[in-house]
Design a protein around this ligand. Structure first.
Ligand SMILES: [Zn+2]
Length: 300
C-alpha cells in the first residue's frame, strides 16, 4: 500500500503529535512483536499491533488539532499507557482545584510499600495478597486520619535474579491535618509494621514514606510529578519470557485503586468526561507503515 509514489509529507512529520505517536507506536510494535512470538499471548500481540494504525485529525477546532484514532486499551500497550497518563494528569489537575474548595487544609504523603521479590510465575497470587493487605491496613484505627488514597502498582524486573520480579505499590495519601498532631503521626518504622501485619508475613518489608519536600517545587507540582511518574510508559523488560509471563499473570488484576475523598473527586471528574460532546468529524491524516516504521500520508 505504501510505495515511493506516496513519499513522506515533511509538514506532516513535523507535527509534534505525530512525532510523539511515532515514538510510541515503535515501542508498541516491539512489545506486540514479543507477544506475537508466543502462542499464549498471540492475541494480546495482535491487539496491540492494531493500536493507533490510522491517525485522524479532528476538524472541530482548527486552532487545537486533536488526534483521533482507535486504541487497543491493552495494559501492556505503550500508546494506551501514555493515553492513560494524559487522562490521569488532567483528572489530577481538576482534583487539586476541587480540593482547594474543601474547608479542611489537607496534606499529602508519598508512601511506597514493597514485598520481597517473587518468581514471575507466582505474581498473580502475590498481587492478590498485596491488594487484600492494603485494604486491611487502611481499616486500622491508627490510619483514621487518612482522607483518601491513590494506589499504583509497579512491577519491575529483577535483573540480578532471572525469572524474578519486584512488585510494589506507590501510594499518594491525602491526610487530614490532625495526622500531624503529635501522637497521631505514623512514623516510617510504624508503617513497615502495619504493612507487615496486614500481609501476615514474618519479615519486616521495606517501606518508604515522605511528606512534601521543600525543594522549591509547589506542593501541587510535587503531586502532579508523583502521578506522572507512576503512570509513565513502562520500560521494556530485558527478559522476553518474563515479560510474556507477566502479561498473563496481571490479566484482570486490579493495579490501580482510589479511595476516600480522592475517589469521590476523581469520579466527579470522570462524569464530566462522559458528558463530553459527541466525537466531531475528523479526517484521516496519517497511516502506520510497518515497512518504514513511521506514519505516512495515506494514498489519495
Ligand atoms: Zn493500545
Amino acid at each position: 500500500m505504501f510505495t515511493d509514489r506516496y513519499p513522506f509529507d515533511p509538514a506532516l512529520q513535523h507535527l509534534p503529535q505525530i512525532q510523539e505517536f511515532t515514538q510510541l507506536k515503535r515501542k508498541a510494535e516491539a512489545i506486540a512483536g514479543q507477544l506475537l512470538r508466543n502462542s499464549v499471548t498471540h492475541q494480546d500481540g495482535q491487539l496491540i499491533h492494531q493500536c493507533a494504525e490510522t491517525l485522524g485529525i479532528s476538524t472541530h477546532n482548527p486552532m487545537t488539532p486533536v488526534i483521533k484514532t482507535w486504541y487497543c486499551k491493552h495494559r501492556a500497550c505503550p500508546i494506551c499507557q501514555w493515553r492513560k497518563q494524559m487522562k490521569r494528569l488532567a483528572q489530577m489537575h481538576t482534583v487539586l482545584d476541587l480540593l482547594k474548595m474543601q474547608p479542611s487544609n489537607h496534606r499529602w504523603l508519598f508512601l511506597t510499600l514493597t514485598v520481597q521479590n517473587c518468581p514471575v510465575t507466582e505474581l498473580s497470587p502475590v498481587l492478590d495478597c498485596m491488594n487484600q493487605a492494603f485494604s486491611r491496613m487502611l481499616r486500622r484505627k491508627e490510619l483514621q486520619h487518612l482522607a483518601g488514597h491513590l494506589r499504583n502498582t509497579e512491577i519491575t524486573e529483577d535483573t540480578l535474579h532471572p525469572g524474578y520480579v519486584h512488585p510494589h505499590f506507590h501510594c499518594l495519601l491525602l491526610v487530614k491535618p490532625s495526622m500531624f498532631a503529635g501522637k497521631h503521626y505514623v512514623k516510617e518504622s510504624r508503617w513497615a509494621e502495619l504493612w507487615q501485619e496486614a500481609l501476615g508475613i514474618s519479615y519486616l518489608p521495606r517501606v518508604h514514606v515522605r511528606g512534601v519536600a521543600r525543594d522549591g517545587l509547589s506542593e501541587d507540582q510535587q503531586v502532579i510529578n508523583h502521578v506522572a511518574y507512576n503512570t509513565k510508559v513502562a520500560s521494556s523488560y530485558e527478559q522476553e519470557d518474563v515479560f510474556v509471563e507477566l502479561v498473563q499473570q496481571t490479566k484482570r488484576k486490579r493495579l490501580f485503586s482510589a479511595g476516600g475523598l480522592l475517589r469521590e473527586l476523581m469520579s466527579s471528574e470522570e462524569r464530566e468526561l462522559f458528558d463530553d460532546e459527541p466525537e466531531p468529524e475528523h479526517r484521516v491524516l496519517s497511516q502506520w507503515s510497518p515497512t518504514h516504521s513511521t506514519y505516512l500520508q495515506p494514498p489519495l
